[in-house]
Every structure is written in structure tokens, then in C-alpha cells.
Design a protein around this ligand. Structure first.
Ligand SMILES: *Cc1c(COP(=O)(O)O)cnc(C)c1O
Length: 424
């Protein structure tokens, strides 16, 4: 089988390599579980968007919840990207990584007053407002702070992104965004409220989208609104089509970013909106295929109905299979000869849902290392300490050289904020 995902992933003989580095050697050097990312793959992904956006006013805002590690943020900040954030913690990470607050858009359905205050003080580029209630609160917070909040309304275009229900966000009955038929009224309200400056419109219809059509449908719905809003004298500077572009986990063939952008721009031009700044919020498509999770085989448990391959990575390290029943490719770091029976690859966590892959044909022995592919997005960012498991270390390959960018957590980190009761 060919390797899905990154062109930087290849076999040199039996040895699986990412960006020229032997994954088996990295696992031996840094221990497992270990996330390894190729910076080149991330920059290539940015370049694909940029190719199609060249010469157009635009801002790529990396949706950092996909992978918020500081070195990853630094990579994108140095490439000139902005950031899509969903909490103040994420804004603090952007600043810690040297990112520019003036290129930050603040999304999320549940921004608190304290978060709004903080973001206004630091000076984010705009708030993607998701409800009428949030709009009223933002107006009050901004007025009290003597600031003006730049506002974009996140509209729910009611289009089906054709993806998993947990990661579909653009349909009616979904908690995200302002219903399309209420958006015009909400814009009128936004224009009338003190402390607010209407600046744009946005949407985000879901994740792991593998077709262009849902984007074009959503864009049309947005542009309809832009026209209606501007007819009332409320100017909209930018259009933000969100993120959600899919990557290859198995046989998917999502459009390349430049192909998606080209089609979006064609539609924007055809409808006479070419002068507007285009914002995008890609997350997964910038980092997903750039990374792998390495794990070591602990035990093999052949059984009557199922064979289990127990590895040292678990659902706390990589939630996607347990949470979304996601299929992620699993490859031996060093291929061995011999029979390849089917294994359920499972972790040590005390949950039956703790699996990384099911019914995978693998020639493995205890002590072998496996790579879970396309694990650069929503891997480390969703990791937890469930079962008191320290979170994994992270290595970023920069110009072909591995750099440890996050140490493995230690037990002391896990109990740092806890307090024992006084002696009885
Ligand atoms: C998660 C998210 C994104 C990024 O989604 P991907 O599927 O990772 O590209 C963009 N915008 C918003 C508002 C999000 O919540």
C-alpha cells in the first residue's frame, strides 16, 4: 500500500522516514509515544494556499486548535500567517510564539467578558461574533474599556459539508454561528451598537471537507448577505470562508488548497466582489499530513475472535479514533518480513474505546515501533492526562534536522497544581 498523506513520508528500504529522518531512530532517541512533524510539510501547505492567493488582498489565519505547540505557531508566524483563536489561552500562545495580535481573529461561541476585555486590550484584528447575545456583551465590554471592537458575524449558511456529524458545523440545528435568516437583523443591530465597528462576515461549515461544492454553496450564501448588508449602507471589508479543508487519511482525495482557493476566487470575481479581502482559517490542512505519532508495541495478544496489538500510545495521546471513529493509517517504522495477521491496535487505557486502529494487517513483534500517520492535527492538541499518563514529547524536523520542541511531561507536571490535605 502506498503511504497516505505527506510527500515527505517515504520508505528507504524497510525504514520509514519523515523528511529524511528515520522514524525508528527518532523513537529510539526521544522515546515513545512521540509526535514528529515536518516543518517543510507545514510550509508547503501554506504555500499551496498562497499560490492561488497571490496578488489578492488576503490573510491566512491558522486555526491553531489543530496544533498549538509554540514551535508550530512560530513556524506559521514567521511565514506571515495570522491565527484563528477560540480562547484567551490561544491568544497568549500566539504572543508567546512571536505572532502578531493584529492578525488574530477571535472565534468561538462562548467568549467570556474577561476574554473579550483581554483581547481588546491586546488588540486582536477582529471578533467573529456568533450570537446576538455575544454582540450585546461585546458592545458593553468595549464601551467600558473605551475601545472599538472590530466585528465580523459568523453566519451559519445552512449547507451540508458532507462530513462527520461531530465536525459538521454549518447546518441548522448546530450550536455555531448566527442563522442565515437572522443575520441581516444582527448586522443592523451591530451597526447601531456603540463600541463596535462592523468589518466583515465569516462562516466555518465543518472539518475534513473533501469537496469544493459545499464551500461554493456557503460562499454564495455569504455573498448574498454581503449584498443585502451593504445595500443598507453597512460596509463589509472582508469575507472569511473559515477552514475545514480535508486531508488524506486513507483514500480520500480532497482538493489541493490552491485548487479550492482558485475556485473560490473565481466565484468571488464572477459576483463582483474581487476587491474584498479574503480571509481563510485552515487548521487541519496546514498540519495534519505533516505529522505522525510514534508508538512501541508492548504485547501481542492473539485471541479466538480478535488479535490485540497493545502499544504504548493511547486515546489520551490521540483521541480521533475513539472520539470520531476516525481511521488513521498505521505503518511499521521498520518493515519486517513474515506473516501479517490482522490486529486491533489498542492502548493501555482502561476503556474499550481505547484503540488506534482496528483489523490492521501488520507484521509486528513486541518492541517494534509503529507510526500512526496524518497525526499532525487534533493529535497533541486533544491529548489529556487520563489514567495519569504524561503527555507525549514533540519533535519538529527543521531543514532535515530533528528538534525537540516539547519535552515529555513528567509526573511532577501532573500534580503541580494539586494539594494534599493537612495531616489529620
Ligand atoms: C476548528 C476551526 C477551524 C479549522 O478547522 P479545520 O478543519 O482544522 O481546518 C477554522 N475556524 C473555526 C472557527 C474553527 O472552529
Amino acid at each position: 500500500m502506498s503511504l497516505p498523506g505527506s510527500p515527505y513520508l517515504a520508505r528507504a528500504g524497510a525504514d520509514l522516514q519523515l523528511d529524511g529522518c528515520s522514524l525508528d531512530e527518532l523513537a529510539a532517541a526521544y522515546g515513545t509515544p512521540l509526535f514528529v512533524y515536518s516543518q517543510r510539510a507545514m510550509l508547503d501547505a501554506v504555500a499551496s494556499y498562497r499560490r492561488a492567493l497571490a496578488g489578492r488582498p488576503h490573510l491566512l489565519c491558522y486555526a491553531m486548535k489543530a496544533n498549538p505547540s509554540l514551535a508550530v505557531l512560530q513556524t506559521f508566524a514567521r511565514a506571515g500567517c495570522g491565527f484563528d483563536i477560540v480562547s484567551i489561552g490561544e491568544l497568549q500562545r500566539v504572543l508567546a510564539a512571536g505572532g502578531d495580535a493584529a492578525k488574530v481573529v477571535f472565534s468561538g461561541v462562548g467568549k467570556t467578558r474577561a476574554e473579550m476585555q483581554h483581547a481588546l486590550q491586546i488588540g486582536v484584528r477582529c471578533f467573529n461574533v456568533e450570537s446576538q447575545g455575544e454582540l450585546e456583551v461585546l458592545s458593553r465590554v468595549a464601551t467600558a474599556a473605551g475601545r472599538t471592537a472590530q466585528v465580523s458575524l459568523r453566519v451559519n449558511p445552512d449547507v451540508d459539508a458532507g462530513t462527520h456529524p461531530y465536525i459538521s458545523t454549518g447546518l441548522k440545528g448546530n450550536k455555531f454561528g448566527i442563522a442565515h435568516d437572522q443575520a441581516l437583523d444582527t448586522y443592523r443591530r451591530a451597526a447601531a451598537l456603540p463600541g463596535l465597528q462592523v468589518t466583515g462576515i465569516d462562516c466555518h461549515i465543518g472539518s475534513q471537507i473533501t469537496q469544493v461544492a459545499p464551500y461554493l454553496d456557503a460562499l454564495d450564501r455569504l455573498l448574498d448577505l454581503v449584498e443585502a448588508v451593504e445595500a443598507e449602507g453597512i460596509a463589509l471589508h472582508h469575507v472569511d470562508v473559515g477552514g475545514g479543508l480535508g486531508i488524506q487519511y486513507a483514500g480520500e482525495a480532497p482538493p489541493q488548497a490552491d485548487e479550492l482557493v482558485t475556485q473560490l476566487l473565481q466565484r468571488i470575481d464572477a459576483r463582483g466582489h474581487g476587491h474584498r479581502e479574503l480571509l481563510m482559517e485552515p487548521g487541519r490542512s496546514l498540519v495534519g499530513n505533516a505529522g505522525v505519532l510514534l508508538t512501541e508495541v508492548l504485547y501481542l495478544k492473539p485471541g479466538a475472535t480478535k488479535n490485540f496489538c497493545v502499544v504504548d500510545a493511547a486515546m489520551n495521546d490521540l483521541m480521533r479514533p475513539a472520539m470520531y471513529q476516525a481511521w488513521m493509517a498505521i505503518e511499521p517504522c521498520r518493515q519486517r518480513e513474515g506473516p501479517a495477521p490482522e490486529w486491533d491496535v489498542v492502548g493501555p487505557v482502561c476503556e474499550s474505546g481505547d484503540w488506534l486502529g482496528r483489523e490492521r494487517a501488520l507484521a509486528v513483534q513486541p518492541g517494534d515501533r509503529l507510526a500512526v500517520l496524518s497525526a499532525g492535527a487534533y493529535g497533541m492538541s486533544m491529548a489529556s492526562n487520563y489514567n495519569s499518563r504524561p503527555r507525549a514529547a514533540e519533535v519538529l524536523i527543521v531543514d532535515g534536522r530533528p528538534m525537540l520542541v516539547r519535552e515529555r511531561e513528567r509526573f511532577e507536571d501532573l500534580i503541580l497544581r494539586e494539594r494534599l490535605m493537612p495531616p489529620p
